[in-house]
Design a binder for this molecule. Structure first.
Ligand SMILES: Cc1cc2nc3c(=O)[nH]c(=O)nc-3n(C[C@H](O)[C@H](O)[C@H](O)COP(=O)(O)OP(=O)(O)OC[C@H]3O[C@@H](n4cnc5c(N)ncnc54)[C@H](O)[C@@H]3O)c2cc1C
Length: 503
């Protein structure tokens, strides 16, 4: 093979994962690969997945999409973080926001200054020192490119996942991706290597390829079914196994953040889009029946439902390998961690970025690229699993489900992280993990894991300076946030028309 050799990429499945992959390959490998995507109208997509994290910008910018066009076509809104309501069982809430909280001094992280300030009785609630949290609580939003006030808010989007997939489909097809409508009924494999050679479709059609991307959702037709790569079940740490999703009419509250409200045996999401609100109840059906879960969801919608609740069953976990032979799985075919921190679409993106970064110039798909890919992906998944598990473990709610979560045996990596934080509020970032100290700190503090002391580093700041320092920070965030437009007004300005209130 040489630098001029080509790949014949076949993507099985056209949900969000399939079309993100198709668009990414068209953009970055279009001159070195033929790309075919097979999907079946007979089998729908999961179609939820409406909340993202700021890494979504890498995809949007990487593909060269225009933000206003993207917002218009996907009915998107802005997301500054997630409000966790009642995870402590006392009706309180905290926001896990994007971006940084406060400002460190030299080597001293802000969190340590706050802990010392708290010890001295001069610190307010941790969220007071996050610009994102302050803006979110006020319902305000702006991006740097659209305002003169230089807001510097870290943000992601809420969007309609089906419209996003449709947008990417147009992009991919314009970039030369061939779409084949058909039901995959079998695969063809090389007798010697075991590699896939073709997908076999209904109507006795055959789609040959040299590299296959399994985006067939929970079915995992290639990696799971054809290659029988085992599934690692993580439900002992992430016990929710069911979801009900239902859209409702928009309410007047047009929050620039996702809400995650703790419920009897799980939690409920609320995601504002321009034209409707997305809702879902994620729960463990060992502790609540499907009917009870549906009733609890419908009772707490803040607008009239626009459809019947749609049930989805899942098991949190992942395939033991993400890439086997000449087949790599993305999206739900690779695994699923429940949606509490909106990480699934990100995992598709990061897997694609990792793949593009391990490909050799001659496109020979060697064992070493595969091994590195699998090893790094496994680490990324485990760290995210730990972060989501923390929310469940650190609850202070009553009830059988929540008692179980508090008493579960933690993955050692998470137990170590909590122990280090409990001692003196410290974190060490490991191996490029997705969630940084600011995220871990907000969730630990938000859910009541308080350190016994603070780092000696924080003692370098004179005690009498801490109160004024914290007060100045809080005031500056408040003043800045108060100048921003309301979220609805800002979205309307970007899309160039009044945001629609309901369908
Ligand atoms: C309850 C819930 C909430 C979620 N919330 C979020 C969120 O807030 N944020 C986030 O990032 N992610 C979220 N996700 C995850 C997100 O929905 C998925 O990661 C994303 O939609 C990708 O799905 P997919 O493309 O892998 O699979 P699917 O959407 O299931 O698509 C599978 C595709 O494979 C095709 N297919 C299957 N079998 C065949 C066959 N035999 N022949 C031909 N084609 C076939 C189907 O036609 C379809 O096109 C959520 C998931 C769930 C379950």
């Amino acid at each position: 093979m040489s630098q001029s050799s080509r790949l014949d990429i076949v993507i099985a499945g056209g949900g969000t994962a399939g079309w993100v992959a198709a668009a990414t390959f068209a953009r970055f490998l279009g001159n070195r690969a033929s790309i075919t995507l097979v999907e079946s109208d007979e089998i729908g997509t999961v179609g939820v997945g409406e909340a993202t994290i700021p890494q979504i910008h890498n995809l949007i910018v990487g593909l060269g999409l225009d933000q206003a066009d993207f917002l218009r076509r996907t009915n998107a809104t802005f997301k500054l973080g997630i409000e966790f309501f009642d995870w402590s069982g006392d009706g309180a809430s905290y926001i896990h926001s994007f971006g940084t909280t406060g400002r460190g001094v030299g080597l001293i992280p802000f969190r340590q200054l706050w802990l010392r300030g708290r010890g001295l009785g001069v610190a307010k609630d941790f969220g007071t020192y996050s610009y994102n949290v302050v803006a979110a609580r006020l319902g305000r939003m702006a991006t740097n490119s659209r305002t003169n006030t230089i807001p510097d808010l870290a943000y992601a989007y809420h969007f309609d996942a089906s419209l996003f997939a449709a947008m990417l489909r147009d992009y991919a097809e314009e970039g030369g991706v061939k779409r084949v409508e058909g039901l995959i009924v079998d695969v063809e494999r090389d007798g010697e290597s075991g590699d896939l050679t073709a997908l076999l479709l209904n109507g006795e059609r055959r789609v040959p390829g040299t590299f296959f991307i399994d985006c067939t959702g929970f079915r995992s037709l290639l990696l799971g079914k054809a290659f029988e790569v085992p599934y690692l079940d993580w439900s002992k740490w992430l016990p929710c196994n069911s979801a009900l999703a239902v859209p409702c009419e928009s309410s007047d509250a047009f929050r620039p953040y996702t809400q995650a409200m703790a419920r009897r045996a799980g939690w409920q999401w609320r995601i504002p889009l321009q034209h409707r609100t997305g809702n879902g109840h994620v729960y463990c059906n060992d502790f609540i029946s499907d009917d009870e879960a549906a009733a609890a969801l419908l009772e707490t919608l803040d607008g009239a439902p626009l459809a019947d609740p749609r049930p989805i069953r899942f098991t949190s976990g992942r395939r033991a390998d993400f890439w086997s032979h000449n087949c790599l799985a993305l999206g739900l075919a690779a695994g699923f961690m429940e949606p509490l921190e909106s990480t699934s679409i990100h995992l598709v993106q990061s897997a694609l970025a990792r793949l593009l970064n391990v490909l050799p110039g001659d496109l020979a798909l060697t064992g070493s690229a595969r091994e590195t890919f699998n090893r790094l992906s496994a680490i990324e998944w485990a760290r995210i699993r730990d972060f989501i598990t923390l929310h469940y473990f650190a609850n202070r709610r009553e009830g059988e489900f929540w008692d179980y979560c508090r008493s579960m045996e933690l993955p050692p990596t998470l137990a170590e992280k909590i122990a280090l934080f409990r001692e003196a509020g410290n974190f060490m970032r490991e191996e490029d993990e997705l969630f940084l100290d600011d995220s871990w700190g907000q969730v630990m503090i938000g859910q009541g894991i308080m350190p016994q002391s603070w780092s000696p580093l924080a003692d370098n700041v004179p005690a009498e300076d801490l109160g004024p320092f914290l007060e100045t920070l809080a005031r500056s965030y408040r003043l800045k946030a108060e100048t921003l437009p309301m979220h609805r007004q800002f979205v309307a300005g970007v899309v160039g028309e009044p945001a629609r209130v309901s369908q």
